[in-house]
Design a protein around this ligand. Structure first.
Ligand code: PAF
Length: 253
């Protein structure tokens, strides 16, 4: 790894250096609190590109709940240690630079973003799409890597790239799971020991129930608060709360 860069001007200077000219660049955008799922994105980016950039930016505009933003895990040193073998640069921009416009300008999608996560987290996808667009413009990658765990986010990012003619390839990477099937997520570390054990029932129910309604009622009986479980386009999507922690997941049908 060459370094950690926070200022946008320093990053742009680095990006323009002869050492990066004409090279393929893989980009993994994250909010930090890295885990095995992120590692798989970084490994893939390393294998497919000559240069790799990881961004770590806890994006305020995608949190509709201020408590959720305040309690989001921030683990920069551990993140750098996890990423250092795979990346050339870690980009940790400042909110004042990313939101120099005070969030006056934003990307809004009017269909898919209103469903599932959009119902329960109003404004969330405006924040996600806006920051992803800004980061893609700053990093100018050849390829950007996103996990399939955030299925709705992935579809929306793909849609934005297509709609706004952005010159980047979006690469979808399979969800990485713990041995008991729980999808790896930065939020898992907020679970108590008991909640963590209980949480593994969530992907199991999505996988094995005969339909979405059966999965939802099974989960309710088992003490989960269910925001939604729905089948769409060959995918079963769900979001639940367990132990006060909100988890999302999806499985292919
Ligand atoms: O998936 C995430 O970690 C975030 O939504 C992303 C894509 C980094 C945008 O902040």
């Amino acid at each position: 790894m060459n370094g950690v860069i926070a200022s946008l001007a320093s990053w742009c200077e680095w990006r323009r250096s002869p050492d990066w000219a004409g090279k393929s660049v893989g980009f993994v955008p994250t909010m930090g609190a890295l885990h095995g799922g992120h590692r798989s994105l970084l490994e893939r980016a390393r294998a497919e590109n000559e240069r790799v950039v990881l961004s770590i930016f806890v994006n305020p505009s995608q949190f509709n709940d201020p408590n959720d933003l305040a309690s989001y895990p921030r683990t920069l040193e551990a993140d750098i240690a996890l990423a250092r073998d795979w990346v050339d640069v870690v980009f940790t921009p400042w909110p004042e630079e990313i939101y120099r416009d005070g969030y006056r300008f934003r990307v809004t999608e009017h269909e898919l973003s209103r469903r599932w996560e959009g119902v329960h987290r109003p404004g969330h996808f405006d924040g996600v799409l806006t920051v992803v667009l800004k980061l893609l413009n700053a990093v100018q990658p050849t390829r950007a890597y996103f996990g399939e765990k955030d299925w709705q986010q992935l579809q929306l990012v793909r849609g934005m790239v297509d709609a706004l003619l952005l010159p980047v390839e979006i690469v979808a990477c399979p969800t990485v799971r713990e041995p008991d099937g729980l999808a790896m997520s930065s939020r898992n570390r907020r679970l108590t020991e008991l909640g963590r054990k209980h949480a593994a029932e969530f992907p199991r129910a999505l996988r094995t129930a005969r339909d979405a309604a059966a999965a939802a009622s099974y989960l309710r009986v088992r003490g989960f608060e269910v925001d939604y479980v729905e089948d769409h386009d060959g995918v079963r999507l769900g979001a639940v709360r367990v132990d006060g922690v909100r988890l999302i997941d999806n499985v292919r049908l």
